[in-house]
Design a protein around this ligand. Structure first.
Ligand code: HEC
Length: 226
């Protein structure tokens, strides 16, 4: 009857797993939007709904976009976690489980982040030759930036990066890149290498604006990290 002993172990694994099933961030398959708002709130609190299909939910209280959800984050927790008066009893939609409540509180505690840290890492993809920098701090602004690798004969490493796209972002990363106006250097503390024999390796990079170029950068420092 040896197999009996596996049950407590299995149970233990299952419960341990479920404690981490919800990520305390808005986005992602296991994020708060998908595991709490979608199942328990969006039937009424969605910007897609209007008039009577909102079932009385105020038109300015929506959880289907990050900005509106984080704006009303404290109220969502007051009503759905503390008072447990949301969803309303009349709806038949279940109150939050303990796991959902814990995740909401952890999300609040963390300052209502939109993304998991792992989703906002800088990456370089060897198959596309694109350097993706989700957060670049430029003075008081933050941008998400993509750059293309190109050959730059005569430079230190023989390669440079050309700006491909940039858009303002509200994401935060503790591994954000920074651009210094005085030197033209973008300091990138950590870049994950994708789709190469070097997978799982990380490098730190510095690239420097080539004066007079149309936003092309010379790769000036490359260091492998462990
Ligand atoms: C069946 C529709 C319905 C669902 C589902 C629902 N709500 Fe509501 N919600 C309402 C109605 C109606 C009101 C306005 C009356 C009230 O405040 O009690 C409201 C108001 C609110 C308010 C604004 C009032 C305040 O106290 O700031 C918040 C925040 C809120 N709901 C959060 C949530 C959250 C979070 C969920 C999911 C966990 C949720 N609601 C699910 C119908 C719903």
């Amino acid at each position: 009857m040896k197999h009996v002993h596996f049950f407590p172990l299995l149970l233990c694994l299952l419960t341990t797993n479920s404690a981490f099933a919800i990520d305390a961030v808005y986005e992602g398959d296991n994020g708060i939007r998908a595991t709490v708002f979608e199942s328990n709130c969006l039937a009424c609190h969605s910007s897609e709904l209007s008039g009577s299909s909102r079932n009385g939910a105020p038109s300015n209280v929506n959880f289907d976009s990050y900005d509106s959800a984080q704006d009303k984050g404290d109220r969502a927790i007051a009503r759905a976690v503390n008072q447990m008066s949301m969803p309303p009893v009349f709806s038949g939609i279940p109150s939050l489980t303990q796991e959902q409540k814990d995740a909401m509180l952890a999300w609040q505690e963390a300052g209502f982040p939109q993304f998991a840290d792992t989703e906002i890492n800088a990456t370089f993809d060897f198959s596309t030759l694109i350097l993706d920098l989700p957060v670049v701090i430029v003075g008081n602004d933050k941008f998400s930036v993509t750059l293309n690798l190109f050959e730059l004969p005569g430079s230190a490493f023989g390669f440079g990066f050309a700006l491909q796209g940039a858009a303002p972002t509200s994401a935060d990363s503790d591994k954000a890149a920074t651009f210094a106006f005085d030197t033209g250097i973008v300091d990138i503390p950590e870049v994950e290498l994708l789709n190469s024999g070097l997978a799982n390796n990380k490098v730190s990079l510095q690239i420097q604006l080539i004066p007079g170029s149309s936003l092309q950068f010379d790769l000036i420092t490359l260091q492998f990290m462990d």
